[in-house]
Structure formats: C-alpha cells, structure tokens
Design a protein. Structure first.
Length: 401
C-alpha cells in the first residue's frame, strides 16, 4: 500500500523552514528549562512524598496549597488526577528523610493541614486504618463481647474500611451510610469517637533523595550509552557522518521532548525516561530506512547531485514512513487519551516523540548529510588557475596604474 506512488517533493529546498521550526521549539524548551519551569523532575529522581487524596467535593487547588503553607509545607506540587468529577488530587511534598517514620509523617502532615476544623478528641473516620478502628472498638466494647472480642471487632473494622474504600471511593459523607455494614451499637460508639472529614488519603509513596540521585544518574548514563551505541553501529554499517547525523537528530528529538515537558510542567519520571529511550530506537530505525535508501540510490545515480539523490530517497520511503509512523501515532494517542493517569507521562512523551522523530528523520538527518558533503566538497576544491595571458595583462595594468 502506497500513499504516494510518484512523490516528488523538494524536501531539501525547504530545509530553512525546517531549521526555523526546530529552532523555535528547541529554544522555547531551553528557555523554559532555564528560566521558567526548569526541568520538572518527578519524585523518582528528586525524592519526596506523594500523597493521593480524594475529596467529597470539587477541590480548590489554591485553598489546598494555602492549607499546606499554614502548616509549614512549602513548595508543594498539586496535580489533579483521574477524570473530571473524580475529585482526586496528588500532593507532592519535598521530603529529606527516607524512613518509615518519614512516610507516616508526610501523610500526617497532609491530613493535619487539610483538617482545619477537626473536633477536639475525635478521630477522622475517613482517614483511619482498620487497626486503629479495631483498637477503639476493643476499648469501648459497644457489643459487650467476651473472649472473641478481638476477632469480631477486627472483622467489623475491616468491613467498615472496605466499604469506605471500595464502595464509597475512600470518603464517607455520613456515618448513616454504614447502617448495613455494622450494628447500631457499633455505629453509635463510632459516632461518639469519630468525625467525618471531606477527604480521604488513600495512598502514600516516598522516595529518598539518595535513591533519586542514583536513579537520575542511571537514566543519564542509559541515554548516553544508547546514543554512543547508535553512533558506533551506524558508523560501522554506513559511514561516520551517518552516525553523527543520527545522533544529532536523536539529540534534537530528545531536547524538544524534554522542552515539551518543561513547557507543560509535567513531571519527568522513570516511565518518561523509558519512553525517551524507546523514542531513540524508534527515531533511529526510521532514520536508518532513509539512510539505507540513500546508499542504494548513490550506487545507481552516481552522476546525480547528492541533494537530488537524498530528495529521491526521502520521496521513495515517504509512504512507508507515513504508514508506520501514522499507525504508531494512533496507538500512542489512544494510550494517552484512555491509558489513565499512571501512563500519562509515558504516553505524552511517545506522542510528542513520534511526531518529532518522524519529522526529524526527513527534515534534520538528511540535510545534515548534504550540508556535510557540500562542506567537504568546498574544502577540497582546488583553486582555479588563471590562463597564462591573463596574469601578464593584470601585471601590466597594475604597472600603468
């Protein structure tokens, strides 16, 4: 199947438009990384605590941030999760400690910050564990149980927590919602010792700064090694200039992809690095297809200019490029739209990278080959000798002057 059976587009004639396009997006990304959002590293690389919170109503980001500031939690990142109306928020708190106590501390700080009007002496039922609830019921013993009190209250507490988390999404609006889950005496006792906040913390993650630094170093090394391996492979299969052109192209793709993350202030996580490494391979594969066709055409079109050979090669592979890149793009676009929040950064990197990688194989890699060949030809071109008579005439003209 071919979209263009006899395409004859002068891609190299439009190289200055391509260069201007790449410069605009590259410079915009660099400026954003230097002066605006910086390089928004995720918790995987910088360390910190992630607290996932679900509200019973539409949360106000500014109010949440102000609540964090009042309790001394500064530089907090707030990100909406899920679909519209899910009322889920991810709170990213910088954290220096790496112990289990730090994990509990981060969660406790978030809960205390959001509980602005908590009643004295009461626990929050939306943010209590089954163990704490069991301990409370054992202390109050509303059912006056005997030897099996531990087992019975543990089962009741677990049923309440499961109903809250699985049936109500982690947030109870009223204790009356538990009427079919526990006995009235248990609910009356719970109402005396607990209150209901308008939010629930359902997950907490922590990464220490030392682990983040190590992951950051490994991610950089993985990218550098992949670029070096690509350079060696292309230099061995083609020529060194082909490898240099491919590495420059991939660097261009990576820079624009990272710039897109900085401009949109999306955190860069380990999955994003995995996507970038995937893009290095994908863009390299597309570039090799064009390079291979150039090499084949050079054998058959020895008297043609290199620019004409490159244009012919790009046009001959254009249908293949559109088919493969288009299908891949539709797949990753579906992943971005319907893959959920966990895969959002990964799929976003793939969407941007496939578009830029396909474009750069045509608009960046091939012009680099032609520019290098032109530079080498001009450098090795011998000086033009003047005819014998012309030199004498010039000397006489200087003497008369």
């Amino acid at each position: 199947m071919e979209f263009f059976k006899s395409a004859n587009i002068d891609f190299l004639g439009k190289k200055w438009y391509f260069i201007a396009f790449s410069l605009v997006f590259s410079v915009a990304g660099i400026l954003s990384m230097l002066f605006w959002h910086g390089l928004p590293l995720g918790i995987d690389f910088r360390g910190g605590t992630l607290v996932y919170v679900k509200f019973s109503h539409e949360p106000n980001d500014n109010a949440v941030r102000a609540a964090m500031d009042r309790t001394g939690l500064h530089n907090v990142r707030i990100q909406r999760l899920g679909q519209a109306g899910s009322n889920e928020v991810l709170i990213d708190v910088p954290q220096e400690e790496t112990s289990e106590q730090a994990l509990d501390l981060g969660k406790t700080q978030i809960i205390n910050a959001l509980q602005s009007n908590a009643p004295q002496g009461k626990q929050d039922l939306n943010n209590t564990s089954s163990l704490s609830l069991t301990s409370y019921l054992l202390q109050k013993d509303p059912l006056h149980l005997g030897t099996d009190a531990q087992q019975r209250y543990s089962a009741i507490a677990q049923a309440i927590v499961n109903y809250r988390d699985k049936s109500k999404g982690g947030v109870l609006a009223s204790i009356d919602e538990l009427k079919g889950v526990a006995d009235p005496a248990v609910l009356a006792s719970i109402q005396d010792g607990f209150f209901l906040s308008d939010f629930g913390v359902y997950q907490v993650e922590i990464v220490g700064p030392q682990v983040g630094s190590q992951l950051r170093k490994q991610a950089i090394l993985a990218t550098v090694y992949s670029l070096a391996g690509m350079l060696v492979y292309l230099a061995f299969r083609f020529e060194l200039i082909y490898g240099v052109a491919a590495v420059i192209t991939v660097f261009h793709d990576t820079l624009i992809t990272l710039g897109a993350f900085s401009l949109t202030n999306k955190p860069i996580s380990l999955t994003v690095i995995a996507a970038i490494l995937t893009l290095i391979g994908y863009s390299n594969n597309d570039t090799i297809v064009v390079f291979d066709r150039i090499r084949e055409n050079l054998k058959m079109m020895r008297r043609e200019k290199l620019a004409d050979v490159v244009n012919r090669s790009i046009n001959q592979t254009l249908s293949r490029t559109i088919l493969t890149a288009g299908l891949t793009f539709l797949t990753v676009l579906a992943l971005y739209l319907f893959g959920g929040e966990v895969l959002h950064g990964f799929s976003f990197a793939l969407v941007i990278g496939i578009l830029i990688g396909t474009y750069s194989s045509i608009a960046i890699a091939a012009p680099i080959l032609v520019a290098y060949q032109d530079w080498r030809s001009n450098r090795n071109r011998p000086a033009v000798a003047l005819p014998a008579g012309s030199a004498g005439r010039k000397e006489k003209a200087r003497a008369k002057a």
